[in-house]
Design a protein around this ligand. Structure first.
Ligand code: XIL
Length: 728
C-alpha cells in the first residue's frame, strides 16, 4: 500500500495508528539493543554536552564517547607549553559524571597536529630524537589526565597511503608509491614514529586498548597496507591491540563482501576492531577527506532515506556477525546538524533537529533470527508475470526475488519489503544487473509494488499491471496456505465477467462497471408451473478501495473465481456481483475527514442500479440486494447503507470500519452485517463491534484474516466468508 493510501485511510478508526508522525527513538537505546554485541559510541562537540535535549540523547543511546576535536594534539596542545584543557576536560567530566567510557582520539596524526613539535624556536627542523621527546611528553600528559575515563586510544591515526597512487613524487622525483602517507612524521622518522607512539602510550596506560585508526580500510590496497604495517609492528613487539576502521562510507558503498573481507583480514592479526567514525554520506564520496560543501539544509529525498536505511541495516548486520572481534561502533557526530560532512549529506541516524530517523529504528530493532536467515532456493516465476518473464520470483517460504536490467542506474528500490522498511534495495550483480531478495517472507496473497530507479517511479517490466494507487502498478502473488479457494479450477463450470458502460448524468461522464454472471445465467429452465423461464438473481454491489477501480475486484480480488468455486461446491446459491468504479480517486488529499460518499450514492442508486436492473435478470428489491466494500469502499458502504437502508438488505465492511448498534437503531432494517479485517490491522475493533451488534440483536458476523494486513488476501477471504451468508 502506498503512503498516500495510508495517509488517506488514517481517519478510519481501524487504522488510527497510520499517518501519524512516528517517534523512531521510542524503544530501548542503541546501547541496550546492542548490549550482547558491542558498545555504541558517538563523537561529541561542546554543544552536544551543553544542551539538555542533546545530553538526553547521548545518555539514552550511547555508552562510549569520543571527543570530536577537543583532544586532538593541535587543539589541546597548540604550542609548546600551551595546553587547552577547557573543553577537553568538560567532555571528560561529562563522561565521568554519567558513567560513560571514552575512546581517546587521537594521540598522533598528520592533521590537526601539534606541528610545533617539528621545529625549534627559530623555525628550524628538529632531530627525530627531539620530536620523540615532545611526542612522549604530549602522550603522557594527555593519557595520564584522562586514562581513568578512557578504555581505548586511537594512538596513531591515518598513517597509511590511499589507494590509486602507484607512483608519487618525492623530492621532485617520481618513485613507486610508499605504503605510508608522506606526512611530516614519516618524512622525519620513517615508520618508527608509529612504533614510538604506541610505546609511549603503553608506558602511560598499561591497560588501555591501543588502536591504529584509519579510513578506507575496505579498499583492497589500503586494507593490505594497513594489514602489512600492523603485522610487521606486532611482530616487532609494538603494543598494537586493535584496528580502528573509521567507516566514513556512503549509501552505495561499501558492498558487504568488501567490508567482510577487511574485517576477516584484520582478524588474522588482531582480536579487537572498532568501527570508530561511522557515517553514511548520501553522495558517492567516502573516506577521511572532505570534498562536499556544507550550505543550507535541503530536505532529503525519501528514496535516498531508504537507501541509507538499507545501507545502515546491511552494515550493522555484518558488524553483528563479527561481534567476536568488533567491540565498538561509534557514530561520527550526534546529528546531521553536527556532521563534519555538512547537513546536506544527512549522514546520521538523527536529523538536523535532533529527531531520530527511521535509520535509528532499523539499526536498533534488528532481528537476530533474521540475521541468520537464508531463503530456500526453490524460487519459481511469480504467477502474475507476463508471459515468458522469469522475474520476479517467489519461493515456497514467501520470499520474493527481483531482477531489473538498468545498466546506468545508480539505485533500484523495489517498494516491497518487510514491515517498517522502505522496500528492498537491489544491488548490481557481477553482470551489471540489479538483483535482490526480500529480507524475509512476505505476507501471503497479492501485493502491489513498483520500482524506484534513481528517484523515478516505474513498473516492473516482468509483471502484469494492476490498478492500485490511482494508476496501474506491478503486482506479485505470494502463495497462501488456503489459496485453493481462489484458484481457477478446470473441473467446474465457470461464470463470466461482463463490462457495462453507462452514461452518468451526475458526473457528466461515461462510467464503467464489471458484472459477474454465474454459470447458467440466462438459460431457460422449467419453472414451478412447468413453463420455461429465466432465473432471476440477487445482486451484490462490491466496492474497491482508494486508488483502485472497477477492475480491482475482478482481477486482483479474484471475485469471479471465488464465486465460481463457492457455487460449484454448493456453498452458495448463484448471485450476480456488480463491481463499479466508486469515485474514490478524485477527492483531494487531506479532505477525507469530510468525505460523504454522496456523489457515489447518486451514481450507484440513481444511475447504475437502474441500468443493472434493466439489462440483467435481477431480483430488484432490498432483500435481494447487498452492498459491501473494502477500505474506502467500506466507508462508502457504511455511509450509504445508513442513509438509504431501504435499498440494501445485507451490508459488508471489509477493512473499512465498523457499525455501532446506535448508528443503525433498528435491527429489522438489515438482515446480515459482515465486518472483517486482517489480524495485522485492527482485529479488536472488529471483534468488539461484532459482539456489540450481536448483543443488540443484529445478525452480525466477523472475520479476522490470519497473517494478513490491509491487502487483497484479507478481502478475498472476507468475500468468501460473507458470500455464504448473503440472501438467505
Ligand atoms: C574531523 C572533525 O569531525 C572535523 O570537525 C574537523 O574539522 C576535521 O576532523 N578522520 C578522523 C577525524 O580521524 O578526526 C576527523 O574529524 C574525520 C576524519
Amino acid at each position: 500500500m502506498t503512503g498516500l493510501m495510508l495517509a488517506c485511510l488514517s481517519i478510519l478508526p481501524t487504522m488510527a495508528q497510520w499517518g501519524r508522525p512516528v517517534d523512531y527513538s521510542a524503544g530501548p537505546g542503541l546501547k541496550d539493543a546492542y548490549k550482547d554485541y558491542f558498545t555504541i559510541g558517538v563523537a561529541v562537540n561542546k554543544h552536544n554536552i551543553s544542551d539538555p535535549a542533546q545530553i538526553a540523547i547521548i545518555k539514552k543511546q550511547f555508552n562510549s564517547v569520543t571527543a570530536e576535536n577537543a583532544w586532538k594534539p593541535g587543539e589541546i596542545h597548540p604550542k609548546e607549553g600551551v595546553w587547552n584543557f577547557g573543553l577537553a576536560d568538560s567532555i571528560a567530566n561529562f563522561c565521568r559524571e554519567n558513567g560513560i567510557k571514552m575512546r581517546g582520539h587521537c594521540l598522533c596524526w598528520h592533521s590537526q597536529f601539534a606541528d610545533w613539535m617539528f621545529t625549534d624556536k627559530k623555525g628550524k627542523p628538529v632531530k627525530k630524537e627531539v620530536f620523540y621527546e615532545r611526542l612522549r611528553d604530549h602522550i603522557h600528559t594527555v593519557v595520564n589526565r584522562y586514562k581513568d575515563v578512557v578504555y581505548a586510544w586511537d594512538v596513531v591515526n591515518e598513517a597509511m597511503a590511499d589507494d590509486g597512487r602507484p607512483f608519487e613524487f618525492v623530492d621532485g622525483k617520481m618513485v613507486p608509491a610508499s605504503p605510508y602517507r608522506q606526512s611530516r612524521h614519516f618524512k622525519l622518522c620513517g615508520d618508527e614514529f608509529i612504533a614510538k607512539a604506541f610505546e609511549f602510550a603503553r608506558e602511560a596506560d598499561p591497560t588501555g586498548v591501543l588502536i591504529y585508526n584509519d579510513y578506507s580500510c575496505v579498499d583492497n590496497g589500503k586494507r593490505e597496507r594497513i594489514y602489512n604495517m600492523v603485522k610487521k609492528m606486532k611482530e616487532a613487539g609494538v603494543p598494537i591491540d586493535g584496528i580502528g576502521m573509521q567507516g566514513h562510507y556512503n549509501i552505495y558503498f561499501p558492498e558487504e563482501e568488501q567490508l567482510e573481507k577487511a574485517i576477516n583480514r584484520f582478524k588474522e592479526i588482531v582480536n579487537t576492531i572498532h568501527i570508530t567514525e561511522l557515517d553514511l554520506r548520501t553522495n558517492t564520496e567516502s573516506g577521511g577527506q572532505l570534498m562536499f560543501s556544507r550550505g543550507e539544509a535541503k530536505p532529503q529525498a525519501p528514496y535516498i532515506g531508504t537507501l541509507q536505511e538499507d545501507q545502515y541495516a546491511r552494515l550493522f548486520k555484518i558488524f553483528r556477525k563479527h561481534k567476536d572481534v568488533i567491540k565498538n561502533v561509534t557514530f561520527w557526530n550526534l546529528s546531521d546538524k553536527d556532521s563534519w560532512l555538512g547537513v546536506n549529506n544527512h549522514p546520521l541516524p538523527f536529523d538536523e533537529n535532533f529527531k531520530a530517523k527511521r535509520s535509528l529504528q532499523i539499526i536498533r530493532d534488528f532481528d537476530p533470527v533474521a540475521d541468520k536467515r537464508v531463503p530456500k532456493e526453490d524460487f519459481v516465476p511469480n504467477p502474475m508475470n507476463q508471459p515468458g518473464q522469469e522475474y520476479p520470483m517467489v519461493n515456497s517460504e514467501g520470499f520474493a526475488r527481483f531482477r531489473v536490467v538498468a545498466p546506468d542506474a545508480k539505485s533500484v528500490i523495489v517498494s516491497l519489503g518487510l514491515g517498517g522498511r522502505g522496500g528492498t534495495v537491489l544491488r548490481k550483480d557481477k553482470d551489471g544487473v540489479w538483483t535482490g531478495t526480500t529480507e524475509g517472507p512476505m505476507d501471503p496473497g497479492f501485493h502491489y509494488y513498483h520500482l524506484t530507479i534513481d528517484g523515478g517511479v516505474f513498473n516492473d517490466p516482468g509483471t502484469h499491471n494492476y490498478f492500485g494507487s490511482c494508476r496501474w502498478e506491478s503486482g506479485i502473488e505470494i502463495p497462501a496456505p488456503d489459496q485453493d479457494f481462489y484458484a481457477w479450477r478446470k473441473d467446474i463450470p465457470h461464470g463470466n465477467i461482463q463490462q457495462v458502460n453507462f452514461w452518468s448524468e451526475s458526473t457528466g461522464k461515461m462510467q464503467t462497471a464489471n458484472v459477474y454472471l454465474p454459470n447458467g445465467y440466462g438459460k431457460l429452465v422449467k419453472g414451478k408451473n412447468g413453463k420455461l423461464e429465466q432465473t432471476r438473481y440477487p445482486v451484490l454491489y462490491l466496492q474497491h478501495g482508494w486508488g483502485e477501480n472497477e477492475t480491482s475486484w475482478p482481477v486482483q480480488g479474484k471475485a469471479g473465481i471465488i464465486m465460481d468455486n463457492l457455487i460449484a461446491d454448493g456453498k452458495i446459491k448463484p448471485f450476480i456481483v456488480v463491481m463499479a468504479y466508486g469515485l474514490t480517486n478524485d477527492f483531494k488529499f487531506g479532505t477525507i475527514g469530510k468525505f460523504t460518499a454522496e456523489e457515489f450514492e447518486k451514481l450507484l442508486i440513481d444511475e447504475l442500479m437502474p441500468v443493472i436492473d434493466k439489462q440483467f435478470l435481477t431480483k430488484p428489491d432490498k432483500w435481494n440486494r447487498a452492498l459491501a466494500g473494502l477500505s474506502m469502499g467500506g466507508m462508502e458502504t457504511k455511509l450509504i447503507t445508513l442513509r438509504r437502508p431501504e435499498v440494501f438488505g445485507y451490508w459488508g465492511l471489509l477493512s473499512g470500519g465498523q457499525y455501532a448498534p446506535d448508528e443503525i437503531k433498528d435491527p429489522k432494517v438489515v438482515k446480515y452485517i459482515f465486518e472483517g479485517c486482517g489480524d495485522k490491522e485492527n482485529p479488536d475493533g472488529i471483534n468488539k463491534s461484532v459482539a456489540d451488534l450481536k448483543a443488540a440483536g443484529y445478525n452480525a458476523e466477523g472475520l479476522i484474516s490470519e497473517g494478513t494486513a490491509h491487502e487483497f488476501l484479507t478481502w478475498r477471504r472476507c468475500l468468501y466468508q460473507m458470500a455464504q451468508s448473503l440472501f438467505k
